[in-house]
Design a protein around this ligand. Sequence first.
Ligand code: CP
Length: 319
Amino acid sequence: MALIRKSKEFIWHRKHLLGLRELSAEEITYILDTAKGFEQISTRSVKKAPPLRGKVVVNLFFEDSTRTRNSFTLAASRLSADVIEFTEKTSSVSKGETLLDTARNLEAMGVDIVVIRHSAAGAPKFLSRNINACVVNAGDGYCEHPTQGLLDTYTIRKIKGTLQGLKVAIVGDISHSRVARSDMWAMTKLGAEVTFVGPPTLMPAEVRQLPVKVSYSLDEVIDKVDVVNMLRIQFERLGGNPFPSIREYSHYFGLTVERMKRAKPDILVMHPGPINRGLEMESEVADGRNSVILQQVTNGLAVRMAVLFLVNQAAAQAP
Ligand code: CP
Protein backbone atom coordinates (compact mmCIF):
# COMPACT_ATOMS: atom_id res chain seq x y z
CA MET A 1 0.00 0.00 0.00
CA ALA A 2 1.35 3.40 -0.96
CA LEU A 3 -1.06 5.18 1.30
CA ILE A 4 -2.13 4.26 4.81
CA ARG A 5 -4.96 5.68 6.88
CA LYS A 6 -3.89 7.14 10.20
CA SER A 7 -6.38 8.96 12.42
CA LYS A 8 -8.52 9.83 9.36
CA GLU A 9 -5.45 11.36 7.69
CA PHE A 10 -3.51 9.99 4.76
CA ILE A 11 0.23 9.69 4.82
CA TRP A 12 1.81 9.79 1.38
CA HIS A 13 4.36 7.01 0.87
CA ARG A 14 5.34 7.19 -2.81
CA LYS A 15 8.81 8.58 -3.44
CA HIS A 16 8.20 8.36 -7.21
CA LEU A 17 5.34 9.63 -9.37
CA LEU A 18 5.48 7.41 -12.44
CA GLY A 19 1.86 7.43 -13.62
CA LEU A 20 -1.75 7.82 -12.57
CA ARG A 21 -2.81 4.32 -13.57
CA GLU A 22 -1.40 2.88 -10.34
CA LEU A 23 -2.80 5.62 -8.08
CA SER A 24 -6.07 5.25 -6.17
CA ALA A 25 -8.80 7.90 -6.22
CA GLU A 26 -7.79 8.76 -2.64
CA GLU A 27 -4.16 9.32 -3.64
CA ILE A 28 -5.15 11.52 -6.59
CA THR A 29 -7.49 13.51 -4.34
CA TYR A 30 -4.71 13.86 -1.78
CA ILE A 31 -2.35 15.38 -4.39
CA LEU A 32 -5.07 17.79 -5.57
CA ASP A 33 -5.85 18.83 -2.00
CA THR A 34 -2.13 19.35 -1.31
CA ALA A 35 -1.88 21.49 -4.47
CA LYS A 36 -4.77 23.64 -3.24
CA GLY A 37 -2.67 24.48 -0.18
CA PHE A 38 0.25 25.53 -2.38
CA GLU A 39 -1.80 27.77 -4.67
CA GLN A 40 -1.58 30.81 -2.42
CA ILE A 41 2.25 30.83 -2.41
CA SER A 42 2.13 32.13 -6.00
CA THR A 43 -0.08 35.05 -4.95
CA ARG A 44 2.29 36.34 -2.23
CA SER A 45 4.70 39.23 -2.83
CA VAL A 46 7.55 36.86 -1.83
CA LYS A 47 6.73 33.71 -3.79
CA LYS A 48 8.85 31.29 -1.75
CA ALA A 49 8.37 28.60 0.87
CA PRO A 50 11.08 26.49 2.53
CA PRO A 51 10.02 22.80 2.21
CA LEU A 52 12.75 21.83 -0.30
CA ARG A 53 15.51 24.07 1.07
CA GLY A 54 18.84 22.27 0.66
CA LYS A 55 17.38 19.79 -1.87
CA VAL A 56 18.44 19.50 -5.51
CA VAL A 57 16.01 18.88 -8.38
CA VAL A 58 17.20 18.05 -11.90
CA ASN A 59 15.01 18.58 -14.96
CA LEU A 60 16.23 15.70 -17.13
CA PHE A 61 14.51 16.48 -20.43
CA PHE A 62 15.17 14.38 -23.54
CA GLU A 63 12.28 16.06 -25.42
CA ASP A 64 11.40 19.71 -25.93
CA SER A 65 9.03 21.41 -23.54
CA THR A 66 7.79 24.89 -22.68
CA ARG A 67 5.08 24.36 -20.05
CA THR A 68 6.22 21.28 -18.16
CA ARG A 69 9.90 22.11 -17.85
CA ASN A 70 9.42 25.75 -16.82
CA SER A 71 6.58 24.83 -14.49
CA PHE A 72 8.76 22.24 -12.70
CA THR A 73 11.64 24.75 -12.54
CA LEU A 74 9.40 27.38 -11.00
CA ALA A 75 7.71 24.88 -8.66
CA ALA A 76 11.08 23.66 -7.35
CA SER A 77 12.38 27.25 -6.99
CA ARG A 78 9.26 28.34 -5.09
CA LEU A 79 9.88 25.49 -2.66
CA SER A 80 13.49 26.75 -2.28
CA ALA A 81 15.24 23.82 -4.03
CA ASP A 82 18.32 24.22 -6.23
CA VAL A 83 17.49 23.28 -9.83
CA ILE A 84 19.75 21.78 -12.51
CA GLU A 85 18.53 22.10 -16.10
CA PHE A 86 19.66 19.16 -18.22
CA THR A 87 19.08 19.24 -21.97
CA GLU A 88 19.99 16.24 -24.09
CA LYS A 89 21.27 18.31 -27.04
CA THR A 90 23.99 20.01 -24.98
CA SER A 91 24.88 17.01 -22.80
CA SER A 92 27.30 14.10 -23.05
CA VAL A 93 24.45 11.93 -24.31
CA SER A 94 25.62 13.22 -27.71
CA LYS A 95 28.94 11.39 -26.97
CA GLY A 96 27.13 8.13 -26.28
CA GLU A 97 26.48 8.31 -22.53
CA THR A 98 23.49 6.21 -21.48
CA LEU A 99 20.39 7.39 -19.65
CA LEU A 100 21.39 5.45 -16.54
CA ASP A 101 24.97 6.74 -16.51
CA THR A 102 23.65 10.26 -17.00
CA ALA A 103 21.25 9.91 -14.07
CA ARG A 104 23.87 8.25 -11.83
CA ASN A 105 26.37 11.03 -12.53
CA LEU A 106 23.80 13.67 -11.65
CA GLU A 107 22.91 11.69 -8.55
CA ALA A 108 26.60 11.69 -7.59
CA MET A 109 26.33 15.50 -7.44
CA GLY A 110 23.68 15.15 -4.74
CA VAL A 111 20.46 15.29 -6.76
CA ASP A 112 17.41 14.40 -4.66
CA ILE A 113 14.62 14.49 -7.27
CA VAL A 114 14.89 13.60 -10.97
CA VAL A 115 12.12 15.01 -13.17
CA ILE A 116 12.38 13.11 -16.45
CA ARG A 117 10.80 13.52 -19.89
CA HIS A 118 11.77 10.86 -22.40
CA SER A 119 10.46 9.52 -25.70
CA ALA A 120 10.73 5.93 -24.42
CA ALA A 121 7.71 4.69 -22.48
CA GLY A 122 8.92 3.25 -19.17
CA ALA A 123 12.08 5.37 -18.90
CA PRO A 124 10.96 6.92 -15.56
CA LYS A 125 10.13 3.48 -14.12
CA PHE A 126 13.51 2.16 -15.27
CA LEU A 127 15.29 5.02 -13.50
CA SER A 128 13.21 4.58 -10.34
CA ARG A 129 14.48 1.01 -10.08
CA ASN A 130 18.11 1.93 -10.59
CA ILE A 131 18.78 5.15 -8.68
CA ASN A 132 18.10 6.26 -5.12
CA ALA A 133 16.69 9.70 -5.94
CA CYS A 134 12.96 10.34 -6.26
CA VAL A 135 11.73 10.10 -9.86
CA VAL A 136 8.88 12.19 -11.32
CA ASN A 137 7.56 11.40 -14.78
CA ALA A 138 7.24 14.55 -16.92
CA GLY A 139 6.03 12.55 -19.95
CA ASP A 140 7.20 9.18 -21.28
CA GLY A 141 6.48 8.24 -24.88
CA TYR A 142 2.79 7.55 -25.44
CA CYS A 143 2.45 6.18 -21.91
CA GLU A 144 1.72 8.82 -19.27
CA HIS A 145 2.08 12.51 -18.42
CA PRO A 146 0.87 12.33 -14.82
CA THR A 147 1.31 15.96 -13.79
CA GLN A 148 -0.66 17.04 -16.89
CA GLY A 149 -3.43 14.60 -15.93
CA LEU A 150 -3.40 16.00 -12.40
CA LEU A 151 -3.45 19.65 -13.46
CA ASP A 152 -6.27 19.01 -15.94
CA THR A 153 -8.27 17.25 -13.23
CA TYR A 154 -7.42 19.99 -10.73
CA THR A 155 -8.65 22.66 -13.15
CA ILE A 156 -11.97 20.91 -13.72
CA ARG A 157 -12.48 20.26 -10.00
CA LYS A 158 -11.65 23.87 -9.15
CA ILE A 159 -14.25 25.25 -11.57
CA LYS A 160 -16.96 22.59 -11.45
CA GLY A 161 -16.49 21.54 -7.81
CA THR A 162 -16.28 17.82 -8.58
CA LEU A 163 -15.47 15.32 -11.33
CA GLN A 164 -18.29 13.04 -10.19
CA GLY A 165 -20.90 12.65 -12.93
CA LEU A 166 -19.23 15.00 -15.41
CA LYS A 167 -18.96 14.08 -19.08
CA VAL A 168 -15.51 14.73 -20.56
CA ALA A 169 -14.59 14.42 -24.25
CA ILE A 170 -10.90 14.02 -25.10
CA VAL A 171 -10.55 14.74 -28.80
CA GLY A 172 -8.00 14.09 -31.51
CA ASP A 173 -4.75 12.18 -31.67
CA ILE A 174 -5.52 9.69 -28.89
CA SER A 175 -3.10 7.01 -30.05
CA HIS A 176 0.00 9.20 -29.60
CA SER A 177 -1.22 10.98 -26.48
CA ARG A 178 0.19 10.36 -23.02
CA VAL A 179 -2.05 13.22 -21.88
CA ALA A 180 -5.17 11.31 -22.98
CA ARG A 181 -4.07 8.30 -20.93
CA SER A 182 -3.21 10.21 -17.76
CA ASP A 183 -6.40 12.29 -18.03
CA MET A 184 -8.42 9.11 -18.50
CA TRP A 185 -6.99 7.45 -15.37
CA ALA A 186 -7.38 10.49 -13.13
CA MET A 187 -10.79 11.62 -14.36
CA THR A 188 -12.48 8.21 -14.41
CA LYS A 189 -11.11 7.36 -10.96
CA LEU A 190 -12.69 10.56 -9.65
CA GLY A 191 -16.06 9.67 -11.21
CA ALA A 192 -16.16 11.36 -14.63
CA GLU A 193 -17.38 9.65 -17.79
CA VAL A 194 -14.65 10.02 -20.41
CA THR A 195 -15.20 9.66 -24.16
CA PHE A 196 -12.27 9.40 -26.56
CA VAL A 197 -13.20 11.13 -29.83
CA GLY A 198 -11.20 10.97 -33.05
CA PRO A 199 -10.76 9.24 -36.38
CA PRO A 200 -10.30 5.45 -36.17
CA THR A 201 -6.73 5.89 -37.46
CA LEU A 202 -5.84 7.92 -34.35
CA MET A 203 -7.42 5.53 -31.80
CA PRO A 204 -5.15 3.10 -29.93
CA ALA A 205 -5.64 -0.55 -30.82
CA GLU A 206 -6.52 -1.40 -27.20
CA VAL A 207 -9.14 1.35 -26.81
CA ARG A 208 -12.01 -1.08 -26.12
CA GLN A 209 -10.12 -2.40 -23.08
CA LEU A 210 -9.87 1.10 -21.57
CA PRO A 211 -12.43 2.60 -19.14
CA VAL A 212 -13.76 5.05 -21.75
CA LYS A 213 -16.50 5.44 -24.33
CA VAL A 214 -15.40 5.85 -27.94
CA SER A 215 -16.85 8.13 -30.61
CA TYR A 216 -15.69 8.84 -34.12
CA SER A 217 -17.75 12.03 -34.40
CA LEU A 218 -17.21 15.27 -32.48
CA ASP A 219 -20.63 16.45 -33.67
CA GLU A 220 -22.24 13.51 -31.87
CA VAL A 221 -20.79 14.46 -28.47
CA ILE A 222 -20.23 18.24 -28.46
CA ASP A 223 -23.73 19.08 -27.19
CA LYS A 224 -23.57 16.50 -24.37
CA VAL A 225 -20.26 17.11 -22.61
CA ASP A 226 -19.25 19.37 -19.71
CA VAL A 227 -15.59 19.47 -20.72
CA VAL A 228 -13.84 19.15 -24.07
CA ASN A 229 -10.08 18.60 -24.05
CA MET A 230 -8.59 19.09 -27.51
CA LEU A 231 -5.32 17.22 -28.03
CA ARG A 232 -2.44 18.40 -30.15
CA ILE A 233 -1.87 16.55 -33.42
CA GLN A 234 1.62 15.17 -32.82
CA PHE A 235 3.10 15.61 -36.28
CA GLU A 236 6.52 14.51 -35.02
CA ARG A 237 5.12 11.08 -34.06
CA LEU A 238 2.71 10.48 -36.97
CA GLY A 239 3.61 7.68 -39.35
CA GLY A 240 1.87 7.45 -42.73
CA ASN A 241 -1.23 9.54 -43.39
CA PRO A 242 -3.74 9.08 -40.58
CA PHE A 243 -6.10 11.62 -42.20
CA PRO A 244 -6.35 12.78 -45.81
CA SER A 245 -5.58 16.45 -45.17
CA ILE A 246 -5.26 18.99 -42.39
CA ARG A 247 -8.35 20.75 -43.77
CA GLU A 248 -10.38 17.55 -43.57
CA TYR A 249 -9.20 16.80 -40.01
CA SER A 250 -10.13 20.31 -38.94
CA HIS A 251 -13.52 20.04 -40.65
CA TYR A 252 -14.51 16.90 -38.73
CA PHE A 253 -12.56 17.22 -35.44
CA GLY A 254 -11.63 20.89 -35.03
CA LEU A 255 -13.34 22.94 -32.31
CA THR A 256 -14.79 25.75 -34.39
CA VAL A 257 -16.93 28.73 -33.43
CA GLU A 258 -19.75 27.09 -35.38
CA ARG A 259 -19.44 23.82 -33.43
CA MET A 260 -19.26 25.70 -30.11
CA LYS A 261 -22.78 27.08 -30.79
CA ARG A 262 -24.08 23.57 -30.08
CA ALA A 263 -22.06 23.12 -26.85
CA LYS A 264 -23.39 23.65 -23.32
CA PRO A 265 -23.02 27.35 -22.36
CA ASP A 266 -20.71 26.47 -19.45
CA ILE A 267 -18.57 23.89 -21.27
CA LEU A 268 -14.87 24.04 -20.33
CA VAL A 269 -12.53 24.16 -23.33
CA MET A 270 -9.12 22.68 -22.55
CA HIS A 271 -5.89 21.99 -24.41
CA PRO A 272 -2.59 20.73 -22.93
CA GLY A 273 -0.58 22.87 -25.36
CA PRO A 274 1.14 23.64 -27.58
CA ILE A 275 -1.88 24.48 -29.76
CA ASN A 276 -1.88 24.15 -33.51
CA ARG A 277 -4.23 27.11 -34.00
CA GLY A 278 -6.72 26.61 -36.82
CA LEU A 279 -6.23 22.85 -36.72
CA GLU A 280 -7.34 21.53 -33.33
CA MET A 281 -9.33 24.68 -32.59
CA GLU A 282 -9.99 28.11 -34.02
CA SER A 283 -8.25 31.01 -32.30
CA GLU A 284 -11.62 32.53 -31.33
CA VAL A 285 -12.32 29.36 -29.32
CA ALA A 286 -8.81 29.04 -27.85
CA ASP A 287 -9.07 32.62 -26.59
CA GLY A 288 -12.83 32.58 -26.00
CA ARG A 289 -14.88 32.81 -22.80
CA ASN A 290 -15.10 29.03 -22.28
CA SER A 291 -11.35 28.49 -22.62
CA VAL A 292 -9.47 27.53 -19.44
CA ILE A 293 -6.21 26.80 -21.24
CA LEU A 294 -4.11 29.37 -19.39
CA GLN A 295 -5.76 28.42 -16.09
CA GLN A 296 -4.47 24.89 -16.73
CA VAL A 297 -0.95 26.31 -16.95
CA THR A 298 -1.36 28.37 -13.77
CA ASN A 299 -2.76 25.38 -11.87
CA GLY A 300 0.10 23.21 -13.11
CA LEU A 301 2.47 25.16 -10.91
CA ALA A 302 0.58 24.35 -7.70
CA VAL A 303 0.18 20.72 -8.76
CA ARG A 304 3.90 20.33 -9.44
CA MET A 305 4.78 21.99 -6.15
CA ALA A 306 2.54 19.43 -4.45
CA VAL A 307 4.14 16.52 -6.30
CA LEU A 308 7.71 17.62 -5.52
CA PHE A 309 6.75 18.23 -1.89
CA LEU A 310 5.08 14.83 -1.49
CA VAL A 311 7.78 12.68 -3.11
CA ASN A 312 10.44 14.46 -1.07
CA GLN A 313 8.42 13.91 2.10
CA ALA A 314 8.03 10.20 1.28
CA ALA A 315 11.78 9.88 0.69
CA ALA A 316 12.50 11.55 4.03
CA GLN A 317 10.17 9.12 5.82
CA ALA A 318 11.50 6.00 4.09
CA PRO A 319 13.34 3.63 6.47
N1 CP B 1 1.53 20.14 -22.01
C1 CP B 1 2.85 19.95 -22.22
O1 CP B 1 3.40 18.88 -21.87
O2 CP B 1 3.48 20.98 -22.82
P1 CP B 1 5.07 21.06 -23.05
O3 CP B 1 5.41 20.02 -24.08
O4 CP B 1 5.33 22.45 -23.52
O5 CP B 1 5.73 20.74 -21.75
